[in-house]
Write a protein that binds this ligand. Structure first.
Ligand code: S3P
Length: 228
Protein backbone atom coordinates (compact mmCIF):
# COMPACT_ATOMS: atom_id res chain seq x y z
CA UNK A 1 0.00 0.00 0.00
CA UNK A 2 1.40 3.42 -0.95
CA UNK A 3 2.39 5.46 2.07
CA UNK A 4 2.38 2.43 4.33
CA UNK A 5 5.45 1.61 6.37
CA UNK A 6 6.43 -0.95 8.93
CA UNK A 7 5.52 1.39 11.74
CA UNK A 8 2.31 2.54 10.07
CA UNK A 9 0.94 -0.29 7.94
CA UNK A 10 -2.25 1.42 6.81
CA UNK A 11 -0.45 4.57 5.70
CA UNK A 12 -2.95 6.58 7.76
CA UNK A 13 -1.94 9.70 9.60
CA UNK A 14 -4.13 9.29 12.64
CA UNK A 15 -5.24 11.66 15.30
CA UNK A 16 -6.96 10.60 18.46
CA UNK A 17 -9.31 13.37 19.49
CA UNK A 18 -7.52 16.70 19.30
CA UNK A 19 -4.12 15.45 20.31
CA UNK A 20 -1.96 13.61 17.85
CA UNK A 21 -1.26 9.99 18.44
CA UNK A 22 1.89 8.14 17.68
CA UNK A 23 0.73 6.25 14.58
CA UNK A 24 3.20 3.40 14.71
CA UNK A 25 2.50 1.27 17.74
CA UNK A 26 -1.20 2.15 17.74
CA UNK A 27 -1.81 1.00 14.21
CA UNK A 28 0.33 -2.05 14.58
CA UNK A 29 -1.93 -3.10 17.43
CA UNK A 30 -5.06 -1.67 15.83
CA UNK A 31 -4.75 -3.72 12.69
CA UNK A 32 -3.56 -6.92 14.13
CA UNK A 33 -5.61 -7.49 17.25
CA UNK A 34 -9.15 -8.81 17.28
CA UNK A 35 -12.05 -6.38 17.67
CA UNK A 36 -12.54 -7.30 21.33
CA UNK A 37 -8.97 -6.36 22.14
CA UNK A 38 -9.16 -3.13 20.21
CA UNK A 39 -11.56 -1.72 22.75
CA UNK A 40 -8.78 -1.86 25.30
CA UNK A 41 -6.82 0.56 23.15
CA UNK A 42 -9.77 2.86 22.63
CA UNK A 43 -10.94 4.01 26.03
CA UNK A 44 -14.25 5.67 25.06
CA UNK A 45 -17.62 4.16 24.22
CA UNK A 46 -17.30 1.41 21.64
CA UNK A 47 -18.86 2.56 18.39
CA UNK A 48 -20.75 -0.08 16.41
CA UNK A 49 -18.96 1.21 13.30
CA UNK A 50 -17.58 4.49 12.01
CA UNK A 51 -19.12 7.92 12.12
CA UNK A 52 -18.71 9.46 8.66
CA UNK A 53 -19.19 13.17 8.04
CA UNK A 54 -20.21 14.25 4.55
CA UNK A 55 -21.32 17.61 3.18
CA UNK A 56 -20.34 20.60 1.13
CA UNK A 57 -17.08 22.52 1.55
CA UNK A 58 -17.24 24.92 4.49
CA UNK A 59 -19.82 22.95 6.47
CA UNK A 60 -17.32 22.03 9.19
CA UNK A 61 -16.57 18.37 8.52
CA UNK A 62 -12.94 18.60 9.64
CA UNK A 63 -13.35 20.97 12.60
CA UNK A 64 -16.44 19.25 13.94
CA UNK A 65 -15.09 15.79 13.17
CA UNK A 66 -12.03 16.46 15.33
CA UNK A 67 -14.15 17.73 18.19
CA UNK A 68 -16.57 14.83 17.86
CA UNK A 69 -13.72 12.31 17.91
CA UNK A 70 -12.39 13.93 21.07
CA UNK A 71 -15.82 13.71 22.72
CA UNK A 72 -16.20 10.06 21.70
CA UNK A 73 -12.57 9.28 22.47
CA UNK A 74 -12.38 7.87 18.96
CA UNK A 75 -9.70 8.11 16.29
CA UNK A 76 -10.10 10.91 13.76
CA UNK A 77 -9.14 10.68 10.10
CA UNK A 78 -9.62 13.20 7.32
CA UNK A 79 -9.66 11.74 3.83
CA UNK A 80 -8.30 14.93 2.21
CA UNK A 81 -5.32 14.91 4.58
CA UNK A 82 -4.73 11.23 3.80
CA UNK A 83 -4.56 11.99 0.08
CA UNK A 84 -2.33 15.01 0.75
CA UNK A 85 0.03 13.03 2.94
CA UNK A 86 0.83 10.85 -0.07
CA UNK A 87 0.38 13.16 -3.03
CA UNK A 88 0.88 16.70 -1.73
CA UNK A 89 -1.50 19.66 -1.60
CA UNK A 90 -4.86 19.20 -3.32
CA UNK A 91 -4.73 22.40 -5.43
CA UNK A 92 -1.39 21.33 -6.92
CA UNK A 93 -2.74 17.82 -7.45
CA UNK A 94 -5.78 19.13 -9.36
CA UNK A 95 -3.43 21.30 -11.41
CA UNK A 96 -0.84 18.65 -12.24
CA UNK A 97 -2.86 15.40 -12.43
CA UNK A 98 -6.46 16.60 -12.85
CA UNK A 99 -9.62 16.11 -10.81
CA UNK A 100 -10.16 12.51 -11.95
CA UNK A 101 -6.80 11.48 -10.48
CA UNK A 102 -7.75 13.11 -7.18
CA UNK A 103 -11.16 11.35 -7.20
CA UNK A 104 -9.45 7.97 -7.69
CA UNK A 105 -7.11 8.60 -4.73
CA UNK A 106 -10.06 9.88 -2.69
CA UNK A 107 -12.01 6.68 -3.38
CA UNK A 108 -9.03 4.60 -2.29
CA UNK A 109 -8.67 6.33 1.07
CA UNK A 110 -12.42 6.25 1.68
CA UNK A 111 -12.39 2.56 0.99
CA UNK A 112 -9.47 2.02 3.37
CA UNK A 113 -10.95 4.12 6.14
CA UNK A 114 -14.32 2.40 5.82
CA UNK A 115 -12.80 -1.01 6.42
CA UNK A 116 -11.63 0.18 9.86
CA UNK A 117 -13.95 0.47 12.85
CA UNK A 118 -14.40 3.07 15.58
CA UNK A 119 -13.25 6.03 13.50
CA UNK A 120 -14.69 9.48 12.98
CA UNK A 121 -14.08 10.13 9.28
CA UNK A 122 -14.23 13.60 7.73
CA UNK A 123 -14.60 13.36 3.95
CA UNK A 124 -14.09 15.89 1.16
CA UNK A 125 -17.16 17.65 -0.24
CA UNK A 126 -17.10 15.54 -3.41
CA UNK A 127 -16.97 12.17 -1.67
CA UNK A 128 -20.60 11.50 -2.61
CA UNK A 129 -19.98 11.86 -6.33
CA UNK A 130 -19.21 8.17 -6.70
CA UNK A 131 -21.90 5.67 -5.74
CA UNK A 132 -19.24 3.17 -4.60
CA UNK A 133 -17.96 5.69 -2.04
CA UNK A 134 -21.49 6.14 -0.69
CA UNK A 135 -21.96 2.42 -0.46
CA UNK A 136 -18.71 2.01 1.48
CA UNK A 137 -19.53 4.89 3.82
CA UNK A 138 -23.11 3.82 4.52
CA UNK A 139 -22.19 0.24 5.20
CA UNK A 140 -19.36 1.22 7.56
CA UNK A 141 -21.52 3.05 10.09
CA UNK A 142 -23.48 6.25 10.64
CA UNK A 143 -23.29 8.87 7.87
CA UNK A 144 -24.08 12.42 8.98
CA UNK A 145 -24.68 15.16 6.41
CA UNK A 146 -23.49 18.52 7.68
CA UNK A 147 -25.28 21.43 6.03
CA UNK A 148 -25.09 25.23 6.15
CA UNK A 149 -26.85 28.13 4.45
CA UNK A 150 -25.39 29.29 1.15
CA UNK A 151 -24.27 32.69 2.50
CA UNK A 152 -22.45 30.95 5.34
CA UNK A 153 -20.75 28.49 2.98
CA UNK A 154 -19.64 31.36 0.73
CA UNK A 155 -18.30 33.34 3.65
CA UNK A 156 -16.51 30.40 5.33
CA UNK A 157 -14.90 29.18 2.11
CA UNK A 158 -13.81 32.68 1.02
CA UNK A 159 -11.16 32.62 3.76
CA UNK A 160 -9.05 29.88 2.20
CA UNK A 161 -10.33 29.98 -1.36
CA UNK A 162 -7.01 28.97 -2.91
CA UNK A 163 -6.97 25.74 -0.92
CA UNK A 164 -10.16 24.62 -2.72
CA UNK A 165 -9.60 24.45 -6.48
CA UNK A 166 -13.30 24.11 -7.31
CA UNK A 167 -14.06 27.44 -5.62
CA UNK A 168 -10.96 29.26 -6.85
CA UNK A 169 -12.98 30.96 -9.62
CA UNK A 170 -14.15 34.46 -10.51
CA UNK A 171 -17.64 33.95 -9.07
CA UNK A 172 -17.44 31.49 -6.17
CA UNK A 173 -21.05 32.08 -5.11
CA UNK A 174 -22.36 31.01 -8.50
CA UNK A 175 -20.12 27.91 -8.31
CA UNK A 176 -21.34 27.07 -4.79
CA UNK A 177 -24.97 27.34 -5.92
CA UNK A 178 -24.40 25.14 -8.96
CA UNK A 179 -22.47 22.46 -7.09
CA UNK A 180 -24.95 22.47 -4.21
CA UNK A 181 -27.79 21.98 -6.69
CA UNK A 182 -25.99 19.02 -8.24
CA UNK A 183 -24.85 17.46 -4.98
CA UNK A 184 -27.67 17.99 -2.50
CA UNK A 185 -29.63 14.95 -3.75
CA UNK A 186 -26.43 12.89 -3.44
CA UNK A 187 -25.77 14.04 0.14
CA UNK A 188 -29.39 13.28 1.00
CA UNK A 189 -29.28 9.81 -0.54
CA UNK A 190 -26.00 8.95 1.15
CA UNK A 191 -26.75 10.16 4.68
CA UNK A 192 -28.54 8.62 7.64
CA UNK A 193 -28.85 11.92 9.56
CA UNK A 194 -28.74 15.64 8.70
CA UNK A 195 -27.24 18.29 10.98
CA UNK A 196 -27.39 22.00 10.17
CA UNK A 197 -24.29 23.90 11.26
CA UNK A 198 -25.53 27.42 10.40
CA UNK A 199 -25.44 29.95 13.26
CA UNK A 200 -24.48 27.33 15.85
CA UNK A 201 -21.41 27.12 18.01
CA UNK A 202 -19.25 24.07 17.26
CA UNK A 203 -19.77 22.77 20.81
CA UNK A 204 -23.55 22.82 20.34
CA UNK A 205 -23.34 20.99 17.00
CA UNK A 206 -21.01 18.41 18.52
CA UNK A 207 -23.38 17.86 21.47
CA UNK A 208 -26.16 17.23 18.96
CA UNK A 209 -24.00 14.77 17.03
CA UNK A 210 -23.00 12.94 20.21
CA UNK A 211 -26.71 12.41 20.94
CA UNK A 212 -27.25 11.05 17.42
CA UNK A 213 -24.28 8.73 17.79
CA UNK A 214 -25.52 7.51 21.18
CA UNK A 215 -28.99 6.84 19.77
CA UNK A 216 -27.53 5.01 16.82
CA UNK A 217 -25.18 2.92 18.94
CA UNK A 218 -28.14 1.78 21.06
CA UNK A 219 -30.27 1.03 18.02
CA UNK A 220 -27.94 -0.98 15.85
CA UNK A 221 -25.77 -4.02 16.36
CA UNK A 222 -22.14 -3.62 15.29
CA UNK A 223 -22.00 -3.30 11.50
CA UNK A 224 -20.01 -6.49 11.17
CA UNK A 225 -22.87 -8.42 12.77
CA UNK A 226 -25.32 -6.79 10.39
CA UNK A 227 -23.25 -7.97 7.47
CA UNK A 228 -23.12 -11.60 8.58
C1 S3P B 1 -13.86 19.12 -2.77
C2 S3P B 1 -13.80 19.43 -1.43
C3 S3P B 1 -12.55 19.54 -0.70
C4 S3P B 1 -11.47 18.68 -1.37
C5 S3P B 1 -11.35 19.02 -2.82
C6 S3P B 1 -12.65 18.81 -3.58
C7 S3P B 1 -15.19 19.05 -3.44
O1 S3P B 1 -12.71 19.11 0.66
O2 S3P B 1 -11.78 17.32 -1.23
O3 S3P B 1 -10.93 20.36 -2.92
O4 S3P B 1 -15.28 18.48 -4.54
O5 S3P B 1 -16.18 19.51 -2.83
P1 S3P B 1 -13.51 19.98 1.78
O6 S3P B 1 -14.97 19.69 1.59
O7 S3P B 1 -12.99 19.44 3.06
O8 S3P B 1 -13.17 21.42 1.57
Amino acid sequence: MPGASLSNPTGFKVEKGLGSLDPGPFFLRYNTVMAAERTQDIAGPVLPGNVVLIGFMGCGKTTLGRLLAKRLDATFVDTDRLVESEFGPIPALFESRGEAFFRDRESEVIDRACTERGLVIATGGGAVLRPANCEAMRSSGLVIWLTARVDIIVSRTSRRRHSRPLLDVADPRERVLRLLGERSPLYRGCSHRIVDTSDRAPTSVVRHMVRLVEQWSHEVPPVDEVRQ
